[in-house]
Write a protein that binds this ligand. Structure first.
Ligand code: SF4
Ligand code: SF4
Length: 383
C-alpha cells in the first residue's frame, strides 16, 4: 500500500468508503456483515488504514456495523471518519445529541476525522449561521480530544466550497469532493482542486469511479485503455487518476464486492504513475463521454448581468451538463431546488439577451427549456 503524509500521520492512499457495503437484500440497512468483515480484513491486512462512514449511510446502519467490524483491529491501528448530517436542515438543532449517538453507534471514544457532511447551496447558510454554532461545537469536541481532525465534504459548486473555507479557514484541515477523470471537467473539480491547493487544504476524493460508471465504460474506450496498460481494469484507471492528482491526500472508494477491494488495493499499492500520454487518453475519453450532451460553458459569467430574470446561468449550465450525462444525478437537483423561486430555468423568458453576449455562442435559451423538460423527466419520481 502506498501512503500519503497528512500532518504527522501516514494515511493509506486508498480509504474504505462504507456507503455501499455488500447487502443481503435490496433493503439499504441489510448489510451482509460476514462479507463486509472479510472485505475489511483484506483491506486492513493489505495496508488500508482509513475507514469512512456517516450518520445516514445504509439507512443509519453503516455506523453500527462499521463500529462492530472494526473491533477486529486495535483502535490505534486505523483512522475512523464520520460526519455530521447537515444535508438535513432539521439536524442543525440536534448536533450534540447526534454526535453523542455517533460515538455510541461506532463504540469509540474519539473520531480521527469528523466532517460537516455534504455542504451544498441548500445548507451553506445554516452551516455558517452563528445561531447553530456548528463549528463552535465541533471545535470544543476537538479540544476535548473527541475529534482529531476536522473537515467537510462538499457537493456544492465552487462558490459554496469557497464560502465554507473562508468562514472556517482556521478549522478546516481537509476537504472531500467528487473527483474523477470525468468530473475533472464535467463538475469542474479541477477548479476546486486548484483553489484548495492555494489554501493549503488537502483534497479527499469521493466517487473516484463515479458510482461505478467509470468501471463500465464503452468498448472503444475500454480498448483504448487496454492498449496502453494491458490487464488494467477501467476502475483501476479511475482510481489511479484520483490518487495521482496533485493535492489529493485520500481516495475513498465505496466498495461492494471483494473483487473491487482486491482491484483497488492493487491499484493503490503500485507506484506506477500515469504518463502524460495516459492522462491525455483519459481526458479524451472524458471529452468523448460528455461530448454528445455537454455544452462547453467556460463559466465566464458574461451572460448573467444581461438576464432580466437573474438566473444563475453558469450554475445551471454545469447542472445541465451533469444531468444530461448522469440522466439525473444528485448535484443538478441541489442546484435546481436551492435556486430562489423565480430565478430558475422555468422562469426563462427566451429573450436571448444572454446568448447575444456568450463568447462560446451557446444556445442558452434552448438549454433552459431543455433543462425544464429533462428535469421533469429525470426527477418526476422524486416529486
Ligand atoms: S434567454 Fe432566459 S436565461 Fe437568457 S437572458 Fe433571457 S431570461 Fe435570462
Ligand atoms: S457567457 Fe456563455 S460561456 Fe460564459 S458563463 Fe454564460 S453561458 Fe457560459
Amino acid at each position: 500500500m502506498r501512503y500519503k503524509k497528512f500532518q504527522d500521520i501516514e494515511l493509506s492512499a486508498l480509504g474504505f468508503g462504507c456507503m455501499r457495503l455488500p447487502k443481503n437484500s435490496d433493503a439499504a440497512a441489510d448489510i451482509n456483515e460476514e462479507l463486509a468483515a472479510e472485505m475489511f480484513r483484506y483491506a486492513y491486512d493489505h495496508g488500508v488504514n482509513y475507514f469512512d462512514t456517516a450518520w445516514g449511510y445504509h439507512d443509519h446502519n453503516s455506523e453500527p456495523v462499521v463500529g462492530k467490524l472494526l473491533k477486529a483491529f486495535p483502535r490505534d491501528s486505523f483512522y475512523l471518519a464520520t460526519k455530521f448530517p447537515g444535508y438535513d436542515l432539521a439536524n442543525f438543532t440536534k448536533l450534540p445529541e447526534i454526535f453523542e449517538e455517533q460515538l455510541k453507534r461506532l463504540d469509540v471514544d474519539y473520531f480521527d476525522f469528523y466532517l460537516c457532511h455534504n455542504v451544498t447551496e441548500k445548507n451553506i447558510d445554516a452551516y455558517l449561521d452563528p445561531q447553530y454554532g456548528v463549528m463552535d461545537y465541533l471545535r470544543e469536541q476537538k479540544k476535548a480530544g473527541r475529534i482529531r481532525h476536522l473537515g467537510f465534504s462538499c457537493h456544492g459548486q465552487q462558490d459554496v466550497l469557497e464560502r465554507f473555507v473562508e468562514a472556517y479557514k482556521d478549522d478546516v484541515e481537509f476537504c472531500q469532493i467528487q473527483l474523477n477523470y470525468l468530473d475533472w471537467t464535467l463538475q469542474k473539480a479541477d477548479r476546486k482542486v486548484e483553489y484548495l491547493k492555494s489554501r493549503g487544504i488537502p483534497v479527499w476524493v469521493m466517487e473516484p469511479v463515479r458510482g461505478g460508471k467509470l468501471a463500465d465504460i464503452d468498448a472503444d474506450y475500454r480498448e483504448k485503455l487496454e492498449a496502453l496498460r494491458p490487464g488494467e481494469t477501467p476502475a483501476s484507471w479511475a482510481v489511479r487518476f484520483a490518487i495521482e492528482t496533485e493535492g489529493v491526500g485520500m481516495v475513498l472508494s465505496g466498495m461492494s464486492t471483494m473483487e473491487q477491494v482486491v482491484d483497488n488495493v492493487k491499484t493503490a499499492s503500485e507506484e506506477e504513475p500515469l504518463s502524460a500520454a495516459e492522462k491525455q487518453a483519459l481526458a479524451e475519453i472524458a471529452e468523448g463521454m460528455i461530448g454528445r450532451t455537454a455544452l462547453p460553458c467556460t463559466g465566464c459569467a458574461y451572460c448573467t448581468e444581461y438576464c432580466p430574470m437573474q438566473i444563475n446561468i453558469p450554475k445551471f449550465m454545469t447542472a445541465y451538463n451533469d444531468m444530461c450525462y448522469s440522466k439525473g444525478g444528485f448535484v443538478p437537483s441541489i442546484t435546481y431546488s436551492s435556486a430562489p423561486e423565480g430565478h430558475r430555468p422555468d422562469d426563462c423568458l427566451g429573450c436571448g439577451a444572454c446568448a447575444a453576449v456568450c463568447p462560446q455562442n451557446l444556445d442558452i435559451p434552448g438549454m433552459m427549456s431543455d433543462f425544464v423538460v429533462k428535469y421533469k423527466e429525470y426527477y418526476s419520481k422524486e416529486d
